[in-house]
Design a protein around this ligand. Structure first.
Ligand SMILES: [Zn+2]
Ligand SMILES: [Zn+2]
Length: 918
């Protein structure tokens, strides 16, 4: 690889990502360019974090592999990391993985099931052995996939949320919060997954609307002569655990019954009728059954009225001994049995359809969760959230897009206590030991040998582990060394930015803010960028099982990493979700090829270039400003404008705008226009200046595009001549362009307004001639005579001076100027072009004399008009068909409407043409 710096190499004929990507990734890694040393100093400052820029990636599950959402997330990560690094900041991105307790459990238990075993057959120690072996073997695959994408993270600092130092940090949080009285143990109704055999937080238990039934059941009144109270429920099996019936205190229908009792059928228990504000009189019959052991709201009602709890469903979702004849049944089997028995006894009043019963499901395995009353560890979130609210309100942490600020605040203001116990084995064991004698807990990091209350030696550690989010909630500080005072923590904390998907804003982001404020009295990051979700082209969630997912590794394989990154970033808008289409990645691949071919052209034409002029660092020597032609001044100005736009867009997280700007500049301005114009000038006196400008623009554009497309830009940059004169041996550590860095332009801003205005006019004239040629369907090589009518001397001078470009790029045979009032010859096709540089119009005329046979042209036009008319009519009819308009997706209807407009315009032009041929 070193030879690349010695001599300029030629680029192969076609760009082959596979031949390039691995090579450069190794090159960068060998030179440790991904790393950052806490004792080093950055060369430029960042508004919030001084001379450093630091990101810690959201640790993906150790079980994971890169999906398309990750690919977007990490394209953004690496874009920002490379951009800041090239600006001279000490830049660090810390990677790592999360132990993902419940996800790993699911994988391992599935494996065991295939062997006909359960984790209980294996025992805790053997199970953990397997888990670690599995993690060593398969874990971290996703990090290797990030390397394929080009991610320049500091791999030497890779962390895992269950490595030793990390575990100590997690225990420290638990112990300190316990000592402050913020962590307590309590019976609570928790979401229990009978399949995963663990409790879940509310955030892991999405409520799903599901069609069900509402059963109206009669509970006979004690001493009521056949009278009764009707209650309505979606879960009749839980009636076996009822300990009261509740009504609203203001409900006239039931006022007289408050204080009386009903008989619970089958169990033959007497239940009091209590009055509670919580009851909604409009739901069902207005009277509800109360099951404190199996419903969170009923639990609260039970507390208010001192009701007993009767547990009727166990951890396996089977009915307990307390249910007599139903004991041992599955919950759904029991539901059927209860309903059948109620019917038999004539106590089932009616059954209604209930279309949207709210059912909590396990986010992992989709099993319907069972609310159970269990003893768990809880964190009191109120004291923690107060500080976080203050910081977010004062923009101490900024959410991008801004709407997430309100969402985060709303959640924090309504925060509930957090159940952090999980009945799993793989995870961080909770550092709490219960005494068999006094039943008190000893909580500390070092395993104790005796109870700290009664000195008894019969103590046993809580078998539960922490909710995974409890450990990842300290990620940014822990990976930088906390709780030890490390140079990294001093240098890189608070970090600059957190990039995340929206679904873990609460699970993770808010909790990191709380713990960092608590332990370090600092925010963990200044900005939170919530990246868009990638949807299918139709706007639906991508789904592996429906086959609508896209595998980023397949994209990298087919198009290369640069094209995959660029295509994703090109779609990454700040305002809305991304509707994915592979065409964008294809377009990005074509863009890579375009850049490659343009670079080959430049390299082939640098032969004999003056080494002083073809410089690596613009401004390093004679500027040659006076030699510049209009095209030179224009492309340099456009370059500076693009640089400015890119830097601004990246500062504002507008990745799509930045990508489009670079695309339009390289493909449009540079390749389509400047390179085309340079072809003639490379043959003449202006060759040295043209070579210098070509070199400068290409070299700068490579630096500009590098954070988006690191591999191809490095490959080309290393092939440029004068490698030895460069300040760095790799593009990834070269300086990112700034709009005013070049001495090539006269103005301070680097923008040359008059050159841009004049060039726009020249380009418009060329475009209008090309359009007229197309209208005439002229063969590409056939020259046409063109007349321009100018209204100002400035326009005339400009077009006369730039005549060569016009004749070359629009195949003009002879260009002549006419005064506005001069008589014009017959059979002309015309267009009007605004000359923005003079504020007047330029008329462009192409004579059709001798180019076409008028008779045949009329026939041709009439035929085309007839065809176009019939297409307009067809499209209109389709749009008038209401069933089409109602059923077709909005974008399809819009497409049809645009088509009508286009065809109408075309028709108008054809008719004008026909008029002029007469
Ligand atoms: Zn589950
Ligand atoms: Zn004790």
């Amino acid at each position: 690889m070193t030879d690349s710096q010695e001599t300029n190499r030629t680029l192969s004929k076609a760009y082959d990502p596979k031949a390039v990507e691995g090579r450069w990734y190794e090159f960068w890694q060998e030179r440790s360019y991904f790393g950052a040393d806490a004792n080093a100093q950055g060369e430029s400052t960042h508004p919030q974090t001084g001379d450093v820029y630091c990101i810690t990636i959201p640790p993906p599950n150790v079980t994971g592999s890169l999906h398309i959402g990750h690919a977007l997330q990490h394209s953004v990560h690496d874009l920002l990391i490379r951009w800041h690094r090239m600006q001279g900041r000490l830049t660090l991105c810390v990677p790592g993985t999360d132990h993902a307790s419940i996800a790993v459990h699911t994988v391992l238990e599935k494996q065991l099931a295939k062997e006909g075993l359960s984790r209980h057959d294996l025992g805790r120690d053997k199970f953990l052995e397997r888990a670690w072996a599995w993690k060593e073997h398969y874990g971290g695959l996703i990090l290797q996939q990030m390397q394929l994408l080009g991610c320049s993270y500091d791999w030497r600092r890779e962390r895992f949320t269950m490595d030793d130092r990390y575990s100590v940090a997690v225990q420290r949080v638990f112990v300190e919060w316990y000592r402050k009285g913020w962590i307590y143990r309590s019976y609570r109704i928790v979401n229990w997954c009978p399949s995963c055999q663990t409790s879940l937080s509310d955030l892991e238990a999405p409520i799903v609307d599901q069609p069900g039934s509402l059963w109206h059941i009669r509970y006979p009144l004690v001493g009521g002569n056949g009278e009764g109270v009707d209650v309505a429920t979606t879960r009749p099996e839980t009636m076996l655990g009822d300990t009261a019936v509740a009504v609203h205190p203001e409900d006239e229908r039931y006022r007289a019954l408050i204080g009386r009792k009903v008989i619970l059928p089958f169990m033959e228990r007497e239940l009091p009728i209590v009055a509670d504000d919580f009851v909604d009189p409009s739901f069902g019959t207005g009277a509800v059954k109360v099951t404190p052991a199996h419903d969170a709201n009923d639990y609260e009602i039970g507390r208010r009225h001192n009701l007993p709890q009767v547990v009727v469903i166990d951890k396996n979702a089977r009915m307990t001994e307390a249910t007599n004849q139903y004991a041992g049944m599955d919950r759904y089997e029991c539901r059927e049995a209860v309903v059948r028995d109620l019917m038999e006894r004539g106590l089932l009043v009616k059954t209604e359809d209930y279309p949207d019963a709210k059912v909590p499901r396990c986010a992992r395995c989709d099993t319907v969760l069972e609310p159970l009353s269990l003893e768990q560890w809880f964190v009191d979130m109120k004291p923690l959230s107060a500080k976080a609210i203050e910081v977010i309100e004062s923009q101490g942490v900024r959410y991008i897009p801004e709407r997430y600020t309100h969402i985060a605040l709303e959640w924090l203001r309504n925060i509930r206590d957090w159940n952090i116990s999980r009945q799993l084995w793989w995870g961080q064991r909770i550092p709490a030991w219960r005494c068999a004698d006094c039943e008190q807990w000893t909580v500390q990091i070092e395993p104790p040998s005796r109870c700290d209350q009664c000195n008894s030696e019969s103590i046993e550690q809580d078998p539960d582990v922490f909710d995974t989010w409890f450990s990842s909630g300290i990620w940014p500080q822990a990976v930088l060394g906390w709780p030890d005072p490390s140079p990294e923590l001093g240098k890189f904390f608070p970090t600059s930015l957190l990039i995340t998907a929206r679904d873990i804003l609460h699970l993770w982001v808010a909790r990191m803010i709380m713990s960092s404020l608590e332990f370090l009295d600092q925010v963990p990051f200044h900005d939170v960028y919530v990246h868009p979700t990638i949807l299918t082209w139709e706007g639906k969630r991508m789904s592996k099982s429906l086959g609508t997912g896209v595998d980023p590794l397949e994209l990298i394989e087919a198009y290369g990493a640069d094209a995959t990154r660029f295509g994703l970033l090109y779609m990454c808008s700040i305002t809305q979700d991304v509707r994915f289409t592979e065409e964008r990645v294809e377009m990005a691949r074509n863009f890579c090829n375009k850049l490659w071919n343009a670079s080959r052209f430049v390299l082939m034409n640098l032969e004999g270039a003056d080494p002083l002029r073809v410089q690596c660092d613009p401004g390093g020597s004679e500027s040659g400003v006076d030699d510049l032609s209009l095209a030179d001044r224009w492309i340099l100005s456009r370059l500076n404008r693009t640089i400015r736009k890119t830097n601004e867009a990246l500062s504002n997280y507008n990745f799509d705008i930045a990508a489009r700007g670079i695309y339009d500049f390289i493909w449009g301005d540079f390749c389509d226009w400047y390179i085309e114009m340079s072809k003639a000038r490379l043959q003449g006196e202006q060759r040295p200046t043209t070579q210098a400008v070509l070199y400068h623009v290409l070299e700068t554009a490579l630096r500009l595009a590098h954070p988006f497309m690191p591999f191809i830009t490095e490959e080309i940059w290393q092939s440029l001549p004068n490698g030895k004169a460069r300040a760095t041996d790799s593009l990834m550590v070269a300086r990112y362009p700034q709009a005013n860095e070049s001495t090539w332009t006269r103005s301070e801003s680097g923008i040359d307004e008059s050159a841009e205005a004049e060039m726009t006019t020249v380009m418009e004239v060329i475009r209008s001639i090309r359009n007229l040629r197309a209208e005439l369907k002229l063969p590409p090589k056939q020259p046409v005579p063109v007349m321009v009518v100018v209204a100002s001397p400035h326009s005339e001078q400009l077009l006369a001076r730039e005549q060569a470009h016009i004749t070359n790029l629009a195949r003009v045979g002879a260009l002549s100027f006419l005064a506005p009032d001069a008589p014009k010859p017959l059979n002309l096709l015309s267009a009007v072009v605004p000359d923005v540089s003079s504020g007047t119009d330029v008329g462009v005329f192409v004579s059709t004399e001798g180019l076409i046979d008028a008779e045949r042209e009329r026939e041709r036009l009439e035929k085309e008009i007839a065809q176009t008319r019939s297409r307009v009519d067809q499209t209109r009819q389709r749009l008038q068909n209401s069933s089409f308009v109602e059923r077709a997706p909005a974008n399809v209807v819009q497409k049809e409407q645009n088509k009508v407009a286009e065809l109408d315009e075309r028709l108008r032009k054809l008719e004008d043409r026909l008029e002029s041929v007469r």
